[in-house]
Design a protein. Structure first.
Length: 303
C-alpha cells in the first residue's frame, strides 16, 4: 500500500497528531475533532449544524460530542444573563485533552493547628495580662457576629426569590407526560444547541396549540434552527411578521373572490326599455306608411 499526497499550497490545516493516536477515541470522534479543529478559532459550534456536514444524524453527532467531552477534548460552558437566564451552551475545542477547570474559590478543609493546646489547663479565673487586647477582641467578636447576622439575612432573602423553572420541570408540569430517559437526553441537547429559554418557549407554543407531544416541540425547534434564531425576541418578531403576511393574503383573496350582486329590478329595467324601444319602432313605421299614403293621394289628385 502507498499514500499519495498533494502539495499543500492552500486549503490545508496543521494539526497535532496526538489525538489521532489516542486509543480512547473512536474513529468517528477523531474525524469530527479533526473537522472542528480545521475551522477558525472563533467558530461557534452547533450540533445540528455539525450534523449537516456528514451522514451522521443529529443524535449520533451529539453522542460523538459526548465522547469528546468525556476524554477532555471538548468542554461545555453555559453562562447566565444578568436576569439569571441560561445562555446557549458554548463548546470549547482542544487539540490536546484538558482537565475541566477548577473553581476559582475552592472549598478548603479546616487545617490542623500548628500549635495545639498545651496539656496544662488554664486556671479557673486567670488574670488578664493585657486588658486592652481583651477589649479589642470583644469588639472584634461583636463585629463578626453582626457580619454573620447580615450574611444570614441576605441569604435568607435570596432563598425567598422564586427559582427559575427548568425545561425538564416545564415538560413534566404542563401535561407532556412523564420525563422518559430519551426525552431528557433530547431536551439536554436542544438546550446545548439553542438555549433553555428557547426550549421552554417552544413547549409554551405547543401548549398554546394544545399539541402536547415532544415531536411537535422538536419541529418548532428545527424551524428556529433553520432560521438561525437565538433569542425569544427574534421568534416573536417572526411570529408577528407571519401574522401580518397571513392577513395580507386573506385580504387579497377576499378582493379577488368578491362578486357584485345586481338586483332583479336592474335587469327588468333593461327589458322594459327594450320593449319600449321596440314599441316605438313599430309606431314609427306605421306613421311612415301613413305619410307615404298621404303623399300618394296628393300626387294622384294633382294629376
Amino acid at each position: 500500500m502507498a499514500i499519495f499526497r498533494v502539495r499543500k499550497k492552500e486549503n490545508y490545516v496543521v494539526l497535532d497528531k496526538g489525538f489521532l493516536n489516542d486509543t480512547r477515541l473512536s474513529w468517528k470522534a477523531k474525524g469530527l475533532l479533526a473537522y472542528m479543529l480545521s475551522l477558525p478559532d472563533d467558530w461557534s459550534f452547533c450540533i445540528t449544524d455539525l450534523a449537516t456536514h456528514s451522514k451522521c444524524s443529529r443524535e449520533s453527532t451529539a453522542n460523538i460530542i459526548k465522547e469528546l467531552s468525556k476524554t477532555g477534548y471538548v468542554h461545555k460552558v453555559q453562562g447566565r444573563t444578568n436576569n439569571g437566564k441560561f445562555r446557549k451552551v458554548e463548546l470549547s475545542v482542544f487539540e490536546t485533552p484538558q482537565v475541566e477547570p477548577y473553581s476559582e474559590n475552592p472549598i478548603t478543609v479546616n487545617p490542623v493547628m500548628e500549635n495545639p493546646l498545651t496539656e496544662n489547663p488554664l486556671t479557673e479565673n486567670p488574670l488578664p495580662e493585657n486588658p486592652a487586647i481583651l477589649i479589642n477582641n470583644k469588639s472584634l467578636n461583636n463585629n463578626l457576629l453582626n457580619n454573620n447576622n447580615n450574611y444570614y439575612k441576605d441569604h435568607s432573602a435570596e432563598e425567598n426569590i422564586p427559582k427559575l423553572q427548568t425545561a425538564f420541570q416545564f415538560y413534566e408540569q404542563n401535561g407532556f407526560g412523564s420525563l422518559a430517559a430519551h426525552v431528557t437526553y433530547k431536551i439536554g441537547h436542544w438546550i446545548d444547541d439553542l438555549s433553555e429559554d428557547l426550549v421552554i418557549h417552544a413547549m409554551k407554543q405547543a401548549v398554546e396549540s394544545n399539541v402536547l407531544r415532544w415531536n411537535y416541540v422538536e419541529k418548532i425547534l428545527d424551524d428556529w434552527i433553520k432560521k438561525k434564531f437565538t433569542t425569544i425576541e427574534e421568534v416573536e418578531a417572526d411570529k408577528l411578521r407571519f401574522a401580518a403576511q397571513k392577513q395580507q393574503r386573506t385580504n387579497r383573496s377576499n378582493l379577488q373572490g368578491r362578486k357584485e350582486i345586481v338586483p332583479d329590478w336592474f335587469h327588468q329595467r333593461h327589458e322594459n326599455y327594450s320593449d319600449l324601444e321596440a314599441g316605438q319602432a313599430i309606431d314609427f313605421e306605421a306613421e311612415r306608411q301613413k305619410i307615404l299614403g298621404k303623399c300618394r293621394g296628393i300626387t294622384e289628385s294633382a294629376r
